[in-house]
Design a protein around this ligand. Structure first.
Ligand code: UDX
Length: 436
């Protein structure tokens, strides 16, 4: 089928490349000149596994083209709106890019062609578009792609969601995905739009829940990892997204949670639980900054070495990154910061020019009073902790992702500090033993 995708960002680019891989003829519209020229050269402007194979393959095959012109919409069977919907100053969804894309698309859509809204938009957006396009099919088609695994998630989704006026309208889009073996949910447009927000809010809630319980674990001597295993074994709960630490970040969870709160506020319906999910997440950053301040009490011009800046591993994206938020807190308190990340330092430097960027983890530890693991990149998990200890000025490892082995840290003569891990006490005993 002939497909146009408006917006070649994280979602639009992955969607375009994967639809071309499925055999469709895809034209992606990107209006940013620098980004457009890179894409036309077959280069990927974002770090996403497999994109660097798919892009050159399909720009070469001719199945994937990039342009800044909306004219290809005139011949398209399906046109996607996949532009970003940033958070406004009060957390509301800023839909101006979506509305601008719609105004450029609408006059070019041929009768009977399909408009699919993939951007995350408030319920009612696609319905409003449908009223303006009586001769077209208008559907909502939210995505549930995770950064770092977006291509994999596209080809092996848990489900495909299509919000449509009828089954036949849904089928007009569904045939694009027919070679993907998964459940297809056909719902109203509003349900599809709200389901996207609801999914992210629920995932964020799970994380805020286990983070709140991690403080109870610390006060009661329980272990949050054991707790997560036990409750996660209940098939009604499941084991995923129950890892305590600095909390959730990224460009989606913060934006979509605040947007959902705003949608509820405007509708005059309760949103106390969503507010609490957000507040619990902020408290994790504050707790980490407090742990670090406690560990450096009395230090003159304390130095913290931060391992990891991306909001999670396998991405270079620092939007909403817990690492950057904790660093911001520490800078305000006069800390000096050394930091490293295998992929995200260029993006972090744009946001945080006044910290020291290091060669590797060991360089980051050099002279540090505390080393904070903020992003659980694999290369940080298996460090030579004896060498880290020799390089540090202090002796505290703050494990912001509960990803390290407290025993190994303690055996190296370092003090371990995680979130709600009873093994911390065991590690403390080993640490004290090692100090004697
Ligand atoms: C998320 C949703 O998973 C995806 O379905 C949606 O389409 C976009 O938003 P993403 O933002 O890429 O994807 O990140 P995700 O892998 O969900 O992690 C979000 C944040 O939660 C990260 O900061 C991660 O470190 C954190 N997290 C995740 C935890 O703190 N604990 C966990 O157990 C899992």
């Amino acid at each position: 089928m002939r497909v146009v995708v408006v917006g070649a960002g994280y979602v639009g680019l992955v969607t375009s490349a994967c639809l071309a891989e499925l055999g469709h003829e895809v034209t992606a519209i990107e209006i940013a000149p620098e980004r457009l020229s890179r894409l036309q050269r077959g280069e990927t402007p974002i770090l996403e596994a497999h994109l660097d194979e798919l892009l050159p393959r399909h720009t070469t095959s001719g199945r994937l083209r990039f342009t800044d012109s909306y004219d290809p919409v005139c011949d398209a069977d399906v046109t996607f709106i996949a532009v970003n919907t940033p958070a406004g100053v009060f957390g509301q969804t800023d839909t101006r890019f979506v509305r601008a894309a719609f105004e450029a698309i609408a006059p070019r859509l041929r009768p009977g062609a399909t408009l699919a809204v993939k951007s995350t938009v408030p319920p009612g957006t696609a319905d409003a578009f449908a009223e303006r396009l009586p001769d077209n099919i208008v559907v909502s088609n939210p995505e549930f792609l995770r950064q770092g695994t977006a291509v994999q998630d596209f080809f092996a989704p848990d489900r495909i969601v299509i919000g449509a006026q009828s089954q036949s309208d849904a089928d007009a889009l569904g045939c694009l995905y027919q070679s993907i073996d998964t459940r297809v949910f056909v719902t109203s447009r509003c349900s599809a739009e709200l389901a996207k927000y609801a999914a992210n809010c629920f995932l964020a809630m799970r994380i805020s829940f286990i983070n709140e319980l991690s403080h109870l674990c610390e006060s009661s001597g329980a272990d949050v990892d054991e707790l997560a295993q036990v409750i996660g074994a209940d098939r009604r709960i499941g084991p995923d997204f129950l890892r305590a630490g600095l909390g959730w970040g990224g460009s989606c969870f913060p934006k979509d949670l605040l947007a959902t709160i705003d949608i509820a506020r405007l509708a005059g319906v309760p949103h106390a639980l969503l507010d609490a999910v957000y507040d619990a997440n902020v408290r994790q950053r504050q707790a980490a900054a407090r742990h670090i301040a406690d560990a450096t009490r009395g230090c003159q011009r304390p130095v913290v070495g931060v391992l990891g800046l991306a909001f999670k591993p396998e991405t270079d994206d620092v939007r909403g990154s817990p690492a950057l938020e904790v660093i911001g807190c520490l800078l305000e308190q006069g800390f000096q910061i050394r930091a490293h990340d295998p992929q995200a330092m260029p993006n972090a430097a744009a946001a945080l020019p006044n910290i020291t960027y290091c060669e590797d983890a060991y360089d980051t530890a050099r002279g540090a009073d505390v080393v904070l693991l903020a992003t659980e990149w694999p290369e940080y998990i298996e460090l030579d902790w004896q060498r880290v200890r020799e390089l540090m000025r202090g002796d505290t490892i703050a494990d912001g992702r509960n990803a390290l082995d407290p025993r190994r840290i303690a055996e190296a003569g370092l003090r371990y500090r995680g979130f709600g891990r009873a093994s911390t006490t065991l590690a403390s005993a080993i640490f004290e033993e090692a100090r004697r």
